[in-house]
Design a protein. Structure first.
Length: 264
């Protein structure tokens, strides 16, 4: 099988958590892969506006599957796919965050809006201070719908409580994002479905792609791409979903895998 593209998760795969630079050994590996004719894509839970210019240039990325597959953009910021949460679901989730008093960031196309627990969200989400302007304090907002279409919700608190919301919000997928944080987005969509939409625009099949990831939200693309590579620091679920487990992300795990399979 001749592979045509590489797709990478960011946090815990290409970069440390919330960082805007990849690990030092990663950039040369990716640029060598590009020289060999491989396309470089990113599939991340982050919003695309948290994949800054320096990181895009370091990685040579051509397109981004962001917000867990809800938004797909090309290198010129053209939107190839957009899958918002239903308005009534979004509004009910805002009400729940206020009634139960947990911190939640609601991701929109160009910003994250926090309707409750703003300071807690800002302190724990991991965004660099120079990017805090992208996280809006809307604790006093009486009509959350003015912000438009929400695509993803990142919440801090008790995971057991958030998982209990699955019955109440059957149109959402709820997953563990961190030890004390969960994420929710429209059911039926994920990083892999976003990747499919991107690949269609390139005329590339999923079996011609090598996927790299470390977490629950990477599992579908690790299972369904031509070759799935889990990072050595990844979750057990990611490792089980993958075809190969490489070294940890901070030990040249990406380069190790690409050399192992003769890609480089």
């Amino acid at each position: 099988m001749k592979f045509k593209a590489l797709v990478f998760d960011l946090d815990g795969t290409l970069t440390p958590l919330a960082a805007q630079h990849c690990y030092p050994e990663v950039a040369p590996v990716l640029h060598l892969a590009k020289e060999k004719g491989l396309h470089i894509f990113i599939a991340t839970g982050r919003s695309s506006f948290f994949v800054m210019k320096d990181l895009r240039e370091e990685t040579g990325v051509e397109a981004i599957v962001s917000a867990n597959g809800m938004i797909v953009i090309d290198k010129d910021e053209n939107t190839l796919a957009f899958h918002p949460i239903k308005k009534e679901t979004f509004l009910e989730f805002v009400r729940d965050s206020r009634e139960k008093n947990y911190s939640a960031g609601f991701k929109f196309k160009d910003r994250i809006v926090v309707f409750n627990g703003y300071e807690h969200f800002l302190a724990n989400y991991g965004a660099a201070k120079e990017n805090h302007y992208l996280i809006i304090n809307a604790e006093d907002c009486e009509d959350p719908s003015v912000y438009g279409d929400c695509v993803d919700i990142f919440m801090f608190g008790d995971p057991d409580y958030f998982f209990s919301l699955r019955e109440r919000f059957p149109d959402l997928t709820l997953i563990l994002a961190r030890k004390q944080a969960c994420e929710a987005y429209p059911k039926g969509f994920n990083k892999f479905t976003g990747l499919q939409e991107l690949l269609n625009s390139y005329g590339i099949r999923e079996d011609e792609v090598i996927a790299f990831g470390d977490s629950e939200n990477d599992e579908e693309m690790l299972k369904r791409c031509g070759l799935g590579v889990a990072m050595g620091n990844g979750t057990e679920g990611a490792k089980k979903a993958a075809d190969f487990v490489t070294l940890p992300c901070d030990q040249d795990g990406i380069g190790h895998a690409l050399r192992h399979f003769g890609i480089l």
